[in-house]
Each structure stands twice: as structure tokens, then as C-alpha cells.
Write a protein that binds this ligand. Structure first.
Ligand SMILES: [Zn+2]
Length: 133
């Protein structure tokens, strides 16, 4: 659960004349882009997959985010489906030698998994924020 401290920031700000924190219209899209699901401005990740302790723009606490293995399991299924069925299609249509399959599909499944990992984790964080605030 991601505690939303927008209310406390509003009351601590300028007495409700304007919100202290700009609220992002689409937290899921912001998560996909690797941005804070509340403000859409601050970066979500400190490294490739390491989530920052808090948003650098609005101060939202990221330390309580628990995505677990959710992104990895979805990405394994997506990458496995795409690469598995592509390899099956190519084998049935063109009958390439097995070494060619290994050269093409093994790096592709690794690249696809790595490419989807960060947006997948951002998506899970954005969904978690949208559905639990
Ligand atoms: Zn933020």
C-alpha cells in the first residue's frame, strides 16, 4: 500500500487556496514512463529496477511499494508467448537449422524481458497507486 500524503501536504501548505502537489491525471501512464504515479514528474527508479525511497518532486513515499514478483511473472509470460510462437512459426514456415534458432531466439527473449521489465514494474506501481489510494 502506498500512503498518499496529499491531504497532509494540502493542510500544511497555503490553507487550501491551491493544492501543494500537482496531481497526475493518469498514474498508470506515469508508471509506464518511470515517473511518480502521483505527480507524474519525479523519477520512480534510482537504478535499472531499484525504486527510489520517495518522489523527488512531490515527496510521495515509495518505500511501502510492494510489487514483488508480479512484473517478472507477467513479463515471462509475455516474452515466452511472443518468442515461443515466433520460433514455432519460423520453424514451420522456413525449417531453419537449430543453431539459427538458438542464435536468434535466446538473445531476443533476454532483450525482450529486459526491455519490458522497467515499464512492467512502473505499470504495477501505477496500478497499485491508482487502486489503493
Ligand atoms: Zn511525485
Amino acid at each position: 500500500m502506498i500512503p498518499d500524503t496529499t491531504d497532509s501536504l494540502k493542510t500544511a501548505g497555503d490553507e487550501g487556496s491551491s493544492p501543494a502537489v500537482a496531481v497526475c491525471a493518469d498514474p498508470v501512464r506515469a508508471g509506464l514512463k518511470g515517473r511518480c504515479p502521483r505527480c507524474g514528474q519525479g523519477r520512480l527508479f534510482a537504478g535499472f529496477l531499484k525504486v527510489r525511497p520517495e518522489c523527488e518532486a512531490c515527496g510521495l513515499d515509495f518505500s511501502t511499494i510492494q510489487t514483488g514478483d508480479g512484473p517478472a511473472s507477467f513479463i515471462m509470460q509475455i516474452a515466452g508467448f511472443v518468442v515461443g510462437f515466433s520460433a514455432l512459426f519460423v520453424e514451420i514456415k522456413y525449417h531453419p537449422p537449430m543453431w539459427l534458432h538458438l542464435i536468434v531466439w535466446l538473445p531476443l527473449v533476454v532483450a525482450l524481458s529486459l526491455a519490458l521489465m522497467r515499464p512492467g514494474r512502473g505499470l504495477m506501481i501505477g496500478l497499485q497507486y491508482r487502486n489503493q489510494r
